[in-house]
Design a protein around this ligand. Structure first.
Ligand code: HEM
Length: 421
């Protein structure tokens, strides 16, 4: 390993274009011991159990994700612990509850069955017409031959479509998104304690909203995800508690909205950055599912996931000590030449494309992947129909940022067209 090798997922410079450093890590040090480089996440070099191990090879990453008993999700998933004064504020609401992200099997399996039942392929397919109508409505407002596609189409489409699916009435959606921002703030390292307490008090309000929504649906069921959560039962007749429904719904929105905005934006960037790619899916729609997967492989929004080593474990010749945090860099795996030969090349018919890990893998594989694929497909189809000659503005250079510490998204998508359908 070269002595100047240094990596932190929090370094804004490395985040703008992390691929060169990931290539270097994968080649020279596929399990790299990092101090992360952020004050709140900084670990003591002398304390082995506190270290963070950054893993970059596809083979190692799939092994980790397929062994939740050895690399667990139950600890440290939300970064540094929540301070006691913030917990005191949160205790005014529903009890803290586990969610899908931060549980391990077998508890995870029960939650996953109950929550996943609301996102079955049939329910997702039944939602496609409503998502299409929303996309059509937003696209019809794009007039005048130019637009900022991220703000005017991608973000509103992902947010509206997801909240509609969950069953949040349109009139309530703005405040639910504000509450969602508070929830994300609570888990982002670095927020001053007084802001964290303010965020916690908003979360208590947010929970009350779900208590009321669930009671309404138990009395009068509807065709929405909240009703599914309110009524879901295991074979043994066990239901989700009110706290589980509230925390899991908050998680669905937090995990789902940002990822779908960022995923759709990044895939559009991949397609529009070469006009031949756009024209090819426009002329042969059967290419679109592969184009979406290849776009997610190349520019999937989730950069890395945390796991905790359940025991001392050796991976690629490096001993990871029990208790250490492991950063699983999904996007480094997606560009691993061993798994995807010529990884920078765009090829929607690529052999083995289904091995990409943009939605994770194993027990925690994204529960919303089916819904996201539908939303991305519909969102892109509507643009292809309406703006067949859509292109990025000349001279546009994409820039990326981290809206939250693990997500990487393009900052803007300025486009123009002459031929609207
Ligand atoms: C392009 C869009 C999306 C991407 C790239 C994405 C990515 C991911 C990834 C990488 C994981 C694995 C996390 C882990 O292993 O710890 C995950 C899990 C999860 N995702 Fe998504 N996601 C997307 C959309 C959604 C949507 C729309 C929803 C909600 C409807 C959602 C809800 C969740 C939840 C609740 C989990 C935790 C699952 C579990 O631990 O069992 N995601 N997602």
């Amino acid at each position: 390993m070269s002595s100047d090798l240094s990596y932190s997922p929090f370094d804004p410079e490395q985040t703008k274009d992390p691929y060169p450093i990931w290539d270097q890590l994968r080649g020279e040090c596929p399990v790299y011991r990092s101090s992360f480089g952020s004050d709140e996440w900084m670990v003591d070099d002398a304390d082995d159990a506190g270290a963070v191990y950054v893993v970059t090879r596809h083979e190692d990453i799939t092994y980790i994700l397929e062994h939740p008993d050895r690399f667990t999700s139950g600890e440290d998933k939300n970064g540094p612990g929540i301070p006691p004064e913030v917990l005191a504020e949160l205790s005014k609401g529903l009890p803290l509850s586990t969610t899908l992200y931060n549980t391990d099997p077998p508890e995870h399996t029960r939650l996953r069955t109950l929550v996943g039942s609301g996102l079955s392929p049939q329910r997702v397919a039944a939602n496609a017409p409503l998502t299409r109508a929303t996309a059509e409505e937003l696209a019809s407002r794009l007039t005048g031959g130019t637009a900022e596609l991220l703000d005017e189409y991608v973000r509103p489409l992902a947010n509206l479509a997801l909240l509609d699916y969950l069953g949040i009435p349109r009139d309530d959606q703005a405040r639910v998104l504000e509450w969602n921002e508070m929830w994300e703030r609570l888990f982002i390292p670095g927020l001053p304690p007084e802001d964290q307490i303010r965020a916690a008090s908003k979360i208590v309000e947010y929970q009350q909203y779900y208590v009321k929504a669930v009671e309404e649906r138990r009395a009068d069921p509807r065709e929405d995800m909240l009703t599914r959560l309110a009524l879901a039962e295991t074979d043994g007749g066990e239901r989700l508690s009110m706290a589980e429904i509230a925390w899991c719904t908050m998680e669905l929105i937090s995990a789902g909205a940002a990822n779908t905005v960022d995923g759709l934006a990044n895939v559009l960037l991949v397609l529009l950055s070469d006009q031949e790619r756009w024209n090819a899916v426009r002329d042969d729609r059967e290419l679109l599912p592969g184009a979406i997967e290849e776009g997610l492989r190349l520019e999937g929004p989730t950069q890395w996931l945390p796991r905790t080593a359940a025991d001392d474990i050796e991976l690629s010749g490096v001993r990871i000590p029990k208790g250490a945090t492991v950063a699983v860099t999904l996007q480094a795996a997606n560009r691993d030449p061993e798994a995807f030969p010529g990884p920078e090349r765009y090829d929607p018919k690529r052999h083995g494309l289904s091995r990409h890990v943009a939605f994770g893998r194993g027990a925690h594989y994204c529960v919303g992947a089916g819904w996201s694929r539908m939303a991305l497909r519909v969102g892109i189809e509507v643009l292809l129909d309406r703006f067949p000659g859509l292109r990025l503005d000349e001279g546009y250079e994409p820039e990326f940022y981290l809206p939250i510490p693990v997500l990487r998204c393009v900052t803007s998508l300025p486009v123009n067209w002459t031929d609207a359908g």
